[in-house]
Design a protein around this ligand. Structure first.
Ligand SMILES: [Zn+2]
Length: 867
């Protein structure tokens, strides 16, 4: 069936619903090919006048309809698979619907579908309408009671939201379970899972004494690999009580892991559904990055119980209200569990890698978009990562105390409601007494502010003047911008590293740390009593999501690298030097950077995770984004040349680190992970030496005692042009062929390998028997790894990389439109390149645009990218 005409939905057009549904009772008679869904809703008109009731649907087959027990006459309603309109219903009534759906035929993975012979749902954003006709919008909150009936032998476990109130056997080998969720919720938080699982169980006692039974349901045989997820869940529950005074509110909390899932995980009330890649981990099969991601995402989905579920979004434009805030909470949780500075640097790296490019291209949109065609296309780095940064800035601007009070005010005042960003910000205006209207610009304007600063020091008077300006380039639909308030956390050091105190004009005392806010396009901050020429650092802990041109010399940056008290500033100084060398061919400075990085190796014992981050140079995508006319080949060569200089300078020490035996027994702790991260960074740098270092990588691969070490060695082999890469790949495949999550890594490491034969490899992999176009994890392992982690091959001058991605998206689109649309986001940078590449990218996108049956999701992304 063809999708309806693309309709643009606008924030400005928001209208409250004409009807409310306060209670809904659902009965699912589960069958893979034909599931019957009986829905009994209590419907209430909100206005005085008689009005039609329009319910959303998707691919639905209506079997029966009645109002207050009376079958409805055909003239009283109109119905098609996408809409059910009851022309003039009473003001208050019971609506009973029966629809028939086919979970086995549902390849889009939204609504009710099958994964590995188990039933599973995904309803955010608009999947509930593929289950029954409903007011499928987040501002309609109902209490749900769900009865699930299914064949007992095939589907022994039946799960839904809330508490289990009853279960039992039925005739014909079937059984049932009844779940009641006492908390009113929007339909996107509905969930149902049924099938054969192995489960692990634990419990958590809340501060006020509620005993919560915790369960994680996974594929049979995988139970032990869910232990770390369970441990993360308990830590998250405790942390939210300690940090935000939030307690859990049901007697049960269940997580189900699913192999075929479009997202990372979903926060359905009391029944989180997770991509199995974010639940299953052990030393042999998961990397430290996997462990970290599990901790982060388990925390994230749990934290949604308050920021998302109890307080939900009025409409989908407010997505950042739950996502940005929950990303912030997740990052704070991880920072408290691990090293705060290391966490901060990783968050900044992710923001720059995913969000800055989005902000600079045709898909740029504000943290709160003002229009969309498919909301599925707005689960973006801007809404999530920049949305999280906006909360962090809010905290910096109002201060810790007012932020904490504002959060509690928000939890108390908005509990049980569908809210807006304005409702949220009002709590902080009240708690801080500040006018936050200018702050709203962070939600309303797209684009990354470019901050420029220049200092002038007068030795005679001790006056230091720092002029700081900001500018946001035009983005689609927003030609003119107004300055948002930018928090600057500033301090000074001298050339020898000593901290310099200074008295800000108007301040009464000298300080070594200054918390400023740039509210205008340009401001000159004046500091008195400055005893020597200062080196300023403006963005301690990356205090705002901006780019910074501070005009510092290489010598000044080297001083920051060695001495600045702020770890982010030390790391950033090294990155900035490396960027300058690679982008402007300032090779003369390479040896100085190598020496400075040697000092990081000297002190690597103190914080190996930090040293590992320092040793990793800005990646090719970052250089492409920073270059006015990027040539991927040239940039790759410049990067390899600098890496080689550094690797050659420290070869002996790097080889010693890379060759150190693995630690046994394995611990996923931050300390142990930090030591492995240093080892991986050493292997990565040595890879720049090419095949001559291949022996080190082969040894590292053979001696690996954890997946982190094995994957790092494989990655280095993939970069080194050594033939040993294929031998190791074959060995890896034979060992892990039965484990899909590990085989995803096998696909990914090949797709990301920057060898000359990259495209031929990904083409072969697409034909591999283990490639499955219906499994999002496998598709992303191949396509996203290629397009996002292998920019030289993706942006090949002959357009072959572009064609590969467009062809794959075209094949996936009829099956899974949301996945196909997301795969295309790497095209967002196409206009930055030369004429030839632009032509190739454009023709690949136009080939998609010309398809008459292209889904609404993919069409929106293609058209916006081309515009
Ligand atoms: Zn979320």
């Amino acid at each position: 069936m063809r999708d309806a005409e693309n309709v643009t939905v606008r924030l400005a057009d928001y209208q409250p619903p004409t009807y409310s549904i306060d209670d809904i009772a659902l009965v699912f008679s589960l069958d893979a090919d034909a599931t019957l869904v009986a829905a009994r809703s209590q419907v209430r008109r909100r206005g005085e006048a008689v009005a039609p009731l329009a319910l959303d649907g998707k691919r639905l087959d209506l079997q029966s309809i009645s109002i207050d027990g009376v079958v409805l006459d055909g003239s009283a309603y109109s119905v098609d698979p996408e809409k059910l309109i009851i022309h003039a219903p009473p003001a208050n009534f019971r609506l009973e619907l029966v629809t028939r759906i086919s979970p086995a035929a549902n390849t889009a993975l939204e609504g009710l579908y099958m994964s590995s012979n188990r039933f599973c749902t995904q309803c955010e954003a608009e999947g509930f309408r593929a289950i029954t006709y409903f007011l499928d919008r987040p501002d309609v909150l109902a209490r749900y009671a769900v009865r699930i009936e299914a064949d007992k032998a095939n589907y022994p476990t039946l799960l839904s939201n809330g508490n289990l109130t009853e279960s039992g056997d039925m005739e014909g080998g079937r059984h049932y379970a009844i779940w009641v969720d006492p908390h009113p919720k929007p339909s996107y938080l509905f969930a149902l899972c049924a099938g054969k699982y192995e489960s692990i169980h634990d419990q958590f006692a809340t501060k006020s004494g509620r005993n919560v039974a915790l369960g994680i349901y996974v594929d049979p045989g995988d139970g032990e690999r869910a232990r770390y997820a369970m441990d993360s869940l308990k830590r998250a529950m405790k942390w939210d009580e300690d940090t935000f005074k939030r307690e859990y509110d049901l007697d049960l909390f269940n997580i189900v892991a699913v192999r075929d899932f479009n997202f990372g995980a979903m926060e359905n009330k009391g029944l989180n559904v997770f991509n199995s890649s974010l639940i299953l981990a052990d030393a042999e099969t998961a990397t430290d990055a996997d462990f970290e991601a599990i901790e982060a995402v388990v925390g994230h989905e749990y934290f949604h119980n308050w920021t998302g579920n109890r307080i939900t979004c009025r409409d989908w434009f407010q997505l950042c209200l739950k996502e940005g805030l929950t990303v912030f909470r997740e990052q704070e949780f991880c920072a408290d569990q691990r090293s705060r500075p290391v966490q901060r640097i990783k968050d900044v790296k992710r923001l720059r890698a995913r969000q800055f490019g989005e902000d600079a291209g045709p898909l740029a949109h504000p943290v709160r978009p003002s229009s969309y065609q498919k909301i599925d296309n707005f689960y973006t780095a801007t809404v999530y990562e920049k949305g999280g940064e906006v909360i962090r800035m809010l905290k910096r601007i109002v201060g810790e105390d007012a932020f904490a009070r504002g959060m509690q005010l928000y939890f108390e005042r908005r509990d049980g409601t569908a809210s807006t960003v304005e409702d949220f910000i009002a709590c902080f205006a009240e708690s801080s007494g500040q006018d936050l209207s200018q702050f709203m610009r962070w939600y309303e304007q797209a684009g990354t502010p470019a901050v420029k600063s220049r200092g002038r020091y007068d030795e005679k008077t001790g006056l230091y003047e720092l002029t700081v300006s900001q500018h946001i380039a035009p983005t689609p639909g927003q030609a003119k911008k107004t300055p948002p308030p930018i928090p600057l956390w500033l301090s000074f050091i001298a050339k020898d590293g000593a901290r310099i105190a200074a008295k800000l004009e108007g301040d009464t005392i000298s300080r070594i740390e200054h918390h400023l806010v740039l509210v205008n396009e340009e401001t000159t901050f004046r500091f008195n009593d400055v005893l020597e020429a200062p080196i300023p650092a403006l963005l301690h802990s990356f205090s705002a999501p901006v780019t910074l041109d501070d005009g510092l010399s290489i010598e000044e940056r080297l001083a920051q690298m060695a001495h600045d008290p702020d770890p982010f500033t030390r790391w950033e100084a090294g990155q900035a030097i490396a960027r300058e060398i690679m982008l402007s061919d300032a090779k003369a400075h390479a040896p100085a950077l190598a020496i400075a990085l040697g000092r990081e190796l000297d002190r690597a014992q103190e914080d190996p995770a930090f040293a590992a981050l320092a040793l990793r140079l800005p990646d090719l995508n970052e250089l492409i984004l920073a270059s006015p006319s990027p040539d991927p080949e040239k940039l790759h060569a410049a990067r390899e040349s600098l890496r080689k200089t550094i690797a050659a300078a420290h070869r002996v020490r790097l080889e010693a680190i890379a060759g150190a035996p693995g630690e046994l027994p394995f611990s996923p702790s931050a300390d142990a992970a930090g030591r492995r991260a240093l080892k991986s960074a050493a292997l990565d740098l040595l890879a720049s030496l090419g095949a001559e270092a291949a022996g080190v990588f082969s040894d590292a691969y053979q001696n690996a005692t954890s997946m982190t070490e094995a994957a790092a060695a494989l990655d280095a082999l993939g970069q080194s042009n050594s033939e040993a890469f294929d031998d190791a790949l074959e060995q890896f495949y034979q060992r892990w062929r039965e484990n899909p999550l590990v085989i995803d890594k096998w696909f990914a490491v090949q797709a990301a390998s920057p060898r000359r034969d990259a495209l031929a490899r990904v083409r072969r992999l697409r034909e591999h028997p283990d490639f499955n176009i219906r499994n999002p994890n496998r598709v992303r392992a191949l396509a996203a790894s290629f397009a996002m982690r292998n920019p030289r091959a993706f942006h090949a001058a002959d357009g072959s990389g572009y064609r590969f991605l467009a062809d794959l998206a075209q094949a996936i689109d009829p099956l899974n439109p949301a996945l196909a649309a997301r795969l295309l986001t790497p095209f967002e940078s196409w206009k930055r390149f030369d004429e030839q590449r632009q032509q190739h990218a454009k023709s690949a996108l136009e080939q998609l645009k010309a398809l008459p049956e292209l889904s609404k999701n993919t069409r929106e992304v293609v058209e916006r990218t081309l515009a």
